[in-house]
Design a protein around this ligand. Structure first.
Ligand SMILES: O=c1[nH]cnc2c1ncn2[C@@H]1O[C@H](CO)[C@@H](O)[C@H]1O
Ligand SMILES: [Zn+2]
Length: 387
C-alpha cells in the first residue's frame, strides 16, 4: 500500500491539538493575563480604572472591547492590563501564570514580549522590570514541570513605536541577552509610526549581532513591510498579513508574486501570523478569508500565534482549531507550522534543531501513530510533556 494512511488526513481532534508540542513566537505578556488576575491585582494594587470588577464580566469586556475593527481601539484595552502590572510582585505573578498557561496548552517553546517602558509608573527601573518578568518565567517553567509539562520561555523586549525609547530598550535587550531575553520588537499603532523612526535601535542591534522582529503589515500595508525588511533589517515580521497585497491570483488560479512578496518567500522571512487578532482589528474578514491559507499553499514561512490571549479569548491550540475548521489542516500541516516556528526562533541553532528533532517530531509522531495502538490508554505519555 503506497497511499498515505487515511488517519493522517483526518481532522485532528481538540485533544490531539492540545497534546501536540507547539511553538509560540508572538504573544504579548500584557495581552495574556487571566481575567481573574487582572481583577485580583486591581484590588491589591488599588488600580481604580477597571470597567468591571467581576472576573467573568471582565473577560467578556476585554474581548468585546478589542473586537472593534480598528487597531487603535484594540490597543486602548491594554491601559487596564498595563495599569495593574506596575509592581515587581504583579510582574512576577503575570509572567509565571503566562508560562503555566502556555505549558498547559501544550506549548513547549515560547517567546513572549512586553514593553518595559510601560511598567515604570510606580517607580520600577527598566532593569527591575526585566528581572521581575524573567523571574516569573522561571517560576512558571518550574511549576509547569511539576505538573509534567515542559516549556521554555524567552522574553522579547518591545519598544513602543509612538515613543522615543527604542535605542534604550534595544540596549536593555542586549544587556540581558544571555539572561532570559532573546530579542527585540516594536509595537503599537502602525499608521503614522513607520519602523524607520527607530532605525538607530535596529542598527545598534545589528552591530551587536542581535535579533529583532517588527510589527509590520498589520494595520498598514506594503510600505511598512518593505521598510521593516529593507531599511531596518528585521529577522521576522509581526503579522505581515498585508504581504497579500503583493500577490495576484488570476481567474485561472495562476499566482504572481510581486518583488516584495517574492523576497519574503525566497528569503524565508518568518511571518508571525495571529488569525483571531487580525479578525478583531479588521486585517481579515473571516478565518476562511485569512491570507494564511494562501500563504501556506505558496510555502511562505508561516507561523501561527496568539498575539493577545486575553483580548482574543484564545490560545495556540484554539488558533490551530480555527485553521483546521477553515482549511481542513491535518496533523502534518500543524507539524509544518510548528517546525517553521521553531526554525524561526531567536535561540541558538543547535537548540532549535534539538527542539525540532527531539521534542516536536517525536511528539507529533506519537500522535500520528496513536491509531496503531487503539487499546493504549489515551492519557499516557502526552506528547511533548513528561518530566
Ligand atoms: O497586534 C498588535 N499590534 C501592535 N501593537 C500591539 C499588538 N498587540 C499588542 N500591542 C502593543 O504591544 C504592547 C506591548 O506588549 C502592548 O501594550 C500593546 O500596546
Ligand atoms: Zn502583536
Amino acid at each position: 500500500m503506497t497511499s498515505e494512511p487515511r488517519q493522517n488526513r483526518a481532522a485532528p481532534t481538540v485533544e490531539q491539538i492540545r497534546r501536540a508540542p507547539k511553538v509560540l513566537l508572538h504573544d504579548h505578556l500584557d495581552g495574556g493575563l487571566r481575567a481573574g488576575t487582572v481583577a485580583d491585582l486591581a484590588r491589591t494594587t488599588g488600580y481604580r480604572g477597571l470597567p468591571e470588577t467581576d472576573a467573568g464580566e471582565l473577560d467578556r469586556w476585554f474581548r468585546a472591547a478589542a473586537d472593534s475593527g480598528s487597531l487603535e481601539r484594540y490597543l486602548e484595552t491594554f491601559s487596564h492590563t498595563v495599569g495593574v502590572m506596575q509592581s515587581r510582585g504583579a510582574l512576577v505573578r503575570v509572567a509565571a501564570e503566562c508560562a503555566e498557561d502556555l505549558a498547559a496548552d501544550g506549548v513547549v517553546y515560547a517567546e513572549v514580549r512586553y514593553a518595559p517602558e510601560q511598567h515604570l509608573a510606580a517607580g520600577l527601573a527598566l532593569h527591575e522590570v526585566v528581572e521581575a518578568v524573567n523571574d516569573g518565567f522561571r517560576e512558571g517553567e518550574r511549576r509547569a514541570r511539576e505538573r509534567g509539562n515542559r516549556i521554555r520561555v524567552g522574553a522579547l523586549l518591545t519598544a513602543m513605536r509612538h515613543a522615543a525609547r527604542a535605542l534604550e530598550i534595544a540596549r536593555l535587550a542586549n544587556a540581558y541577552r544571555d539572561a532570559g531575553v532573546v530579542g527585540f520588537d516594536i509595537a503599537g499603532a502602525e499608521a503614522g509610526y513607520p519602523p524607520t523612526r527607530h532605525l538607530d535601535a535596529f542598527e545598534y542591534l545589528k552591530r551587536e549581532n542581535n535579533h529583532f522582529t517588527i510589527h509590520a503589515g498589520e494595520a498598514f500595508g506594503l510600505p511598512s513591510i518593505w521598510q521593516a525588511l529593507q531599511w531596518c533589517g528585521a529577522d521576522r515580521l509581526g503579522h505581515g498579513v498585508r504581504i497579500i497585497d503583493d500577490i495576484e491570483v488570476g481567474d485561472d488560479g495562476r499566482v504572481r508574486l510581486g518583488r516584495l512578496a517574492a523576497y519574503v518567500r525566497d528569503k524565508r522571512v518568518p511571518l508571525e501570523m495571529c488569525p483571531t487578532s487580525n479578525l478583531q482589528t479588521g486585517a481579515a474578514a473571516s478565518y476562511a478569508d485569512h491570507p494564511i491559507g494562501l500563504l501556506r499553499r505558496l510555502h511562505f514561512r508561516v507561523t501561527v500565534n496568539t498575539d493577545n490571549r486575553l483580548m482574543s479569548g484564545t490560545g495556540v491550540s484554539r488558533e490551530f482549531g480555527h485553521l483546521v475548521d477553515a482549511f481542513g489542516y491535518t496533523l502534518d500541516d500543524l507539524q509544518w507550522f510548528t517546525v517553521n516556528a521553531m526554525k524561526s526562533a531567536f535561540i541558538p541553532f543547535d537548540e532549535r534543531l534539538a527542539m525540532i528533532n527531539d521534542v516536536i517530531k517525536p511528539g507529533f509522531a506519537q500522535l500520528k501513530s496513536a491509531w496503531l495502538f487503539p487499546d493504549a490508554p489515551a492519557t499516557s505519555g502526552a506528547a511533548g510533556s513528561g518530566g
